[in-house]
Write a protein that binds this ligand. Structure first.
Ligand code: PRP
Ligand code: URA
Length: 206
């Protein structure tokens, strides 16, 4: 259930994001574009239903999406992925989970949660550019399951193997989609080589 989306456009844009001298504007733009490109792959197995419609010419038996999609960005950095995916799924509803990682303990702390009511019957996509220790994504997925979500995908840009393992062990039913699987975590819990602190680079807070 781990998919690393290997595409030259995604890799090129991720390279721009990784560069230490890339500024806030270009960082945000590349994140938005990568999220849009990833949307093709993460929606590949969305369920469809048969419908019969009328074209201007004749009747046509075809298919349409059978389930609604809910996007759940993990604040703050996950917000930077919403618009790119929503440009392809404009009907998607959006829930929010506010989590920050304590810089000393690396444990996630929840400070906000608000979800649409259609989560139990929807395909829910958790968005966060960074999967480091996996603590934040694990907490968000647990919270979503408590609110009734049953079909969950985790969509991240860059992950450390440590974080992937945490999600695979805690939530083996959740598909993980990445643009890159990096080497490891450093002593401060940063992904190596990674791209630094995604939230700070999106919002210019450091
Ligand atoms: C970052 C990132 C993830 C989390 C990943 O958020 O956006 O949510 O860390 O680390 P983990 O896998 O070890 O939990 P941060 O806590 O820095 O908050 P921010 O998005 O508000 O900057
Ligand atoms: N959060 C980030 O934003 N970057 C990392 O490398 C790890 C956690």
């Amino acid at each position: 259930m781990l998919t690393v989306i290997d595409h030259p456009l995604i890799t090129h844009k991720l390279t721009q994001m990784r560069k230490e001298d890339t500024g806030t504007k270009d960082f945000r733009q590349n994140l938005d574009e990568i999220a849009g490109l990833m949307a093709y792959e993460i929606t590949r197995d969305l369920p469809v239903e048969e419908v019969t419609i009328m074209t201007p010419v004749s009747e046509c038996k075809t298919v349409q999406l059978a389930k609604e999609v809910v996007l759940v960005p993990i604040l703050r950095a996950g917000l930077g992925m919403v618009d790119g995916i929503r440009s392809l799924i404009p009907t998607a509803k959006v829930g929010h989970v506010g989590l920050y990682r304590d810089e000393e303990t690396l444990m996630p702390h929840e400070y906000f949660a608000k979800f649409p009511s259609n989560m139990p019957e929807s395909v829910v996509m958790v968005l966060d550019p960074m999967l480091a220790t996996g603590g934040s994504a694990e907490a968000a997925i647990t919270l979503l399951k408590q609110r009734g979500a049953t079909q969950i995908k985790l969509v991240c840009l860059v992950a450390a193997p440590e974080g992937v393992k945490v999600i695979q062990e805690a939530h083996p039913d959740v598909g993980i989609y990445l643009a890159a699987l990096d080497e490891k975590l450093d002593e401060q819990g940063y992904i190596v080589p990674g791209l630094g602190d995604a939230g700070d680079r999106i919002y210019g807070t450091k």
